[in-house]
Design a protein around this ligand. Sequence first.
Ligand code: PMP
Length: 694
Amino acid sequence: MPAFFVTGTDTDAGKSTITAGLLRAFARAGVPARAIKPVQTGCTETADGLEAPDVALWRSAGGQGEALFMYRVPCSPHLAAGMEGAELDASVVAEECRSRMNQPGVTLFEGAGGLYVPLNERESMLDLMRSLRIPGLLVVANRLGCINHALLSLDALEMAGLSVAGMVLCRTVPSAHTDAGTTAEAEALILGDNAVRLAEEGKRRGIPLLADIPYMENASPAHDAFWDALADMLEPAARALAAFSPARGIDADLLAFDREHLWHPYTSAMRPLPVREVTGASGARLFLADGTSLVDGMSSWWCTVHGYGNGRLVRALQKQAARLSHVMFGGLTHEPAVELGRRLLKVLPASLEHIFFADSGSVAVEAAMKMAVQFRRSAGQEKKTRFVALRGAYHGDTLGAMSLCDPVTGMHTLFSGVLAGQLFVERPTCRFDEPYRPESFAPAERLLREHAQEVTAVVVEPVVQGAGGMWFYHPEYLRDLRRLCDELDILLIADEIATGFGRTGRLFACEWAGIAPDIMCVGKALTGGMMTLSAVAASRRVAEVISGADAAHGGGVFMHGPTFMANPLACAVACASLDELLASPWQACVEHIQEKLEAGLAPCRNVPGVADVRVLGAIGVVETKEPVNVEAWQDFFVSRGVWIRPFGRAVYVMPPFVASDGELDALTRAVCEAVLSASRNGGTPVLEQRRESC
Ligand code: PMP
């Protein structure tokens, strides 16, 4: 049933009175309804504990409700909580609210003050609304200046990606002289015009003006007559809200077009696997068209470290879009690119000084490979053109990047004759969580020594091999590799596209080994997952050699230049994302997620059919003995309210760093249930089974 967030253009706009009036109107229409005050300040001590003034007001109108986070001092939530030594957090408040949403009838959540009233140092009421993602109901204080306030509030709601079910105009002050200098006639004109203008503007935006409540003379909220009169006026609004459907529902045409014409990753155009429509996302949750919300265990393939709809990132994108959304990077530059370059140089290994912006991870890998080839050509080392990669690796889907992927899972046979023939070393066998065995480096050493004359670079995903099997190997292996590359004059390219920006518990996975590569690729979480952007950072030596070449060896220029290189929107969002990450206690968050994943996935170890359970940073993997049926496992996960997409023998989660404990528990519980159900049903979890525990 629908839930709404009642917000106002201002403090004292009349929200509580309108909420109370609506509760009475719902009751008269036979619609079960309740109100909830997520944060109430100005509570009073009574013999039965704290009393919330708004709840008392709703009760006097015959309505029901409760306040969740209650404080004594009547001021803004951040101050009131602070004075009692507490700190509010939008996602925690949202979690409490969400747990009260599954009741029959209408639920009205009433905010405190207007949209930008602070909840804490970082977040406002609008962030709470963003987390809840329910439609707003805007109570507009009808007074001089209210059109401006109402439209600014609607803009803010729209920019936050929130829908608005309607507006209610409310006059809370009695007489003309409160609006400076106006006569009674002028005031009547102003208030009447406010209603006309807001109704017109609302029509343009598809947001109805649901009621226009005048100041109610000689009435007292203590009297039934007052509430009846108010409920009469709010009855049409209550009916409209009761019929309001926040979820659009499944759009069969949309899905049919998708099935007929859109090619999804690794699928058949003729017999595609089913897809689900996402209509929005907030924090660690995805919202589907049918109204379901799923906890995202994938961070949209390693990207959304801050979760979805992060205010700082959204604002950065909106601001930059209004300033300069794109311009060619050939011969021109701009502040977002320079600012991002500055920020990256501060966090990347100090020896990496030159940055090339590209538009996706695969293209970054292509550019890095071209740098390594041009480096040799420029130095006159014509024979050194081959690359060494690790089995179990994944570096992207373009031809060059694909040539570096594991020859089996990277489907080299399908593209044989087209892919460059690279050299492969067996997957590092030394686990991250076991003492290093130097002999595990021997295969790499053998191959590199044997082929040193023809190898330009070794390309590795440091410490964590991602899409090639979710394998974590020992950092000491990287140290050995760095030493040998130096000895044999081989470049080391680190593909940190998946591992970068904190995912493994270090800002970059190379930091586990304390090494610096000659070239590093970053992407994915570079923009917090909001835009596509990647960067290739090269050492001064690499850049100098390429730049010093004569005309016969490349002319001293790096030969790459994508159209959307250094796109200002993406760069601005990436700057905001780095600022957000570095301003947050990300290391503590990732450590906490690691502990939760270790504890939550541990029961899987004892389940038959499970080959291994491993956790590093905010990545948790359950490796099964047999490959999983992706569709069946995914259906099972969706039935448990989580989004987890396994592949091969890896059932894995890597949640956004902002996921709450409850959301992390939901993910690990679902994995445990799936694994247990699969072990009892021939390797595939069975949907009908209710919650299992293992
Ligand atoms: N390298 C690694 C390590 C990756 O995980 C990926 C993507 N999964 C890529 C490269 C390719 O990036 P993109 O999909 O953005 O092209």
